[in-house]
Design a binder for this molecule. Structure first.
Ligand code: NAP
Length: 240
């Protein structure tokens, strides 16, 4: 059985790097036209069904403008993947207001602003799928990541609330909670942290961005047509 997304349009935030980049490639590989939205995209363009657009998901005006521009180009979204995320780690007694606000603003606020922007299109067409990239640390908590864990736990609660709000129009909203995935975000971490993640993962390896992209592909596909408001943990067994 293959998943064919031909004829659908998918927007992916954080699409320039790591997990987001893998999601962009996987959805495009399944036939979707994909719009990669990332603060790091410098030039707007479109090649092989993948359009790149510079967007800072913290900026409500920019989100509104980009949404209107894409809709005017015939790129109304059938799929939204909220992947853009950052870390600013520190134990809570040393955490600055700036680092608290920055993480909440991108990881949770960004997903809110993007979801608010696409919801009218999906509601009007009575179809759509949204996937929020959360984290196992939003479920279990993590030493040194009170801000990040709060943002991802909030994103999971947001997922469930919005799933209820959009269900009447058949729009599904789910989350994927990755464990430790080998990306630029995690490559900078000290070796003992990597070793701990490897030891926790009963499948014996760190995750690959493709592991998350495949879960997203399933959740946005017709195979998941009766799944909404759920959190799919993809962590090699790290949290069992
Ligand atoms: P990554 O390689 O750093 O990619 C994140 C992308 O988001 C980058 O291209 C980044 O751009 C972009 N971005 C940051 N702030 C943005 C903003 N304000 N507006 C638009 N784009 C923005 O990280 P990753 O590891 O692939 O993580 C992707 C998602 O998975 C994140 O939500 C992360 O929390 C989640 N996650 C990752 C792991 C893991 O182990 N890697 C585990 C659980 C969950 P710049 O690089 O230019 O800042």
């Amino acid at each position: 059985m293959t998943i064919d997304l031909t004829g659908s349009v998918a927007w992916v935030t954080g699409g320039a790097s790591g997990i987001g980049r893998a999601i962009v490639g996987t959805l495009a590989g399944a036939g979707a036209r994909v719009v990669s939205l990332d603060i790091g995209h410098r030039d707007a363009g479109e090649t092989d069904g993948i359009a790149t657009v510079a967007l800072d998901v913290r900026d409500p005006a920019a989100v509104a403008t980009v949404t209107a521009d894409l809709a005017a180009r015939g790129l109304e979204p059938d799929v939204l993947v909220n992947d853009a995320g950052i870390t600013r780690d520190g134990v809570v007694w040393k955490l600055s207001d700036a680092d608290w606000d920055a993480v909440l603003d991108v990881n949770l606020g960004g997903a809110f602003r993007m979801t608010r922007a696409v919801a009218p299109f999906m509601r009007a067409r009575r179809r759509g799928a949204i996937v929020n990239i959360a984290s196992i640390n939003g479920l279990r908590g993590k030493f040194g990541q009170a801000n990040y864990a709060a943002s991802k736990g909030g994103l999971i609660a947001f997922t469930r609330a919005v799933a209820k709000e959009l269900a009447r129009e058949r729009v599904r909203v789910n989350a994927v909670a990755p464990g430790f995935i080998d990306t630029p975000m995690t490559r900078a971490l000290p070796e003992p942290v990597l070793a701990q993640a490897r030891a926790e993962a009963v499948l014996g390896r760190l995750g690959d961005p493709a592991d998350i992209a495949h879960a997203v592909l399933f959740l946005v596909s017709p195979l998941a047509s009766h799944i909404t408001g759920q959190v799919l943990v993809v962590d090699g067994g790290q949290t069992i």
